[in-house]
Design a protein around this ligand. Structure first.
Ligand code: ZN
Length: 268
């Protein structure tokens, strides 16, 4: 059981965060990160941020059976800004400029024992911490985002490379939040609805992204009436493909008919 009041605080160096003294009611989001290290611990991380001036920080660090706090909740961590960069990593992350250091809490999940992905028990501990923070702050699981959703930085990388792993993490958060047994997730209507909610959010977020090479083709098809309403990364179903093929085929047939007419006129 995670109890927020029992989590030890080893405060980060004062230059590593913004002591804005905010009200808890001004916190609207929880942002999940990953340290990208191998076999690091929550304690080592908070000690490092206590000693070194990095001008970066997070509120909490989570590792195997261990949570440490580094920045008090009433202060803003330097966690989701983009420093001296002018633009995010890609255009445009869904929560760009909506989630800021001032209105969010950041949780760093430490690395795995041997590789770049934390073990399930560490992720579950972070999910439980997330759930406790949501309750304390009067928020719901829909207020939880990846660092990636704010700036496009691939963080937590394992949850960006494989979106199902993010969905799994969010299912754990939701199950803790609603007081369910996270170690025995059942095929319940609640879990199915949660999965649908997260998956629909993911599809919506994904559909809005556009790569530079797609811009000309998307604009061309829009002008010609072949594919309307954008959504460059949205899934095209067989039914929609049939509709698109029909539009193209009709245009082609019309052009051929027109050409034949002109040739007949010319011959007459
Ligand atoms: Zn991050």
């Amino acid at each position: 059981m995670v109890k927020l009041n029992d989590i030890p605080l080893i405060e980060a160096h004062p230059r590593n965060y913004n002591p804005i003294n905010r009200a808890h009611s001004s916190i609207k989001y929880v942002v999940i990160h990953y340290t990208s290290n191998t076999n690091d611990t929550a304690r080592n991380n908070v000690t490092y941020f206590h000693d070194a001036i990095t001008q970066t920080s997070a509120h909490y660090f989570v590792s195997d059976n261990s949570i440490y706090q580094s920045v008090p909740l009433n202060h803003a961590a330097y966690a989701v800004g983009i420093g001296s960069m002018k633009n995010p990593y890609f255009k445009w992350p869904t929560m760009w400029k909506k989630i800021t250091n001032s209105n969010s809490v950041s949780i760093e999940i430490c690395g795995g024992k041997t590789g770049p992905e934390p073990a399930d028990n560490v992720k579950k501990l972070a999910a439980e911490l997330t759930s406790e923070l949501l309750k304390k702050l009067g928020l719901s699981p829909s207020c939880v985002y990846r660092h990636y959703d704010v700036t496009g930085k691939p963080c937590p990388k394992w949850a960006v490379d494989d979106n199902l792993k993010w969905l799994e993490f969010m299912l754990w958060v939701s199950n803790y939040f609603y007081g369910k047994d996270v170690d025995n997730l059942t095929d319940s209507p609640e879990n199915y609805n949660m999965f649908k909610t997260w998956f629909e959010r993911y599809l919506k977020e994904r559909s809005a992204m556009i790569a530079t090479w797609e811009v000309a083709a998307m604009n061309y098809c829009d002008e010609k009436g072949i594919i309307k309403d954008g959504r460059p990364k949205s899934i095209l179903t067989r039914g929609e493909l049939a509709e698109v093929m029909m539009r193209v085929d009709k245009k082609y047939s019309e052009a051929i008919t027109e050409l034949n007419k002109r040739m007949d006129n010319g011959n007459g």
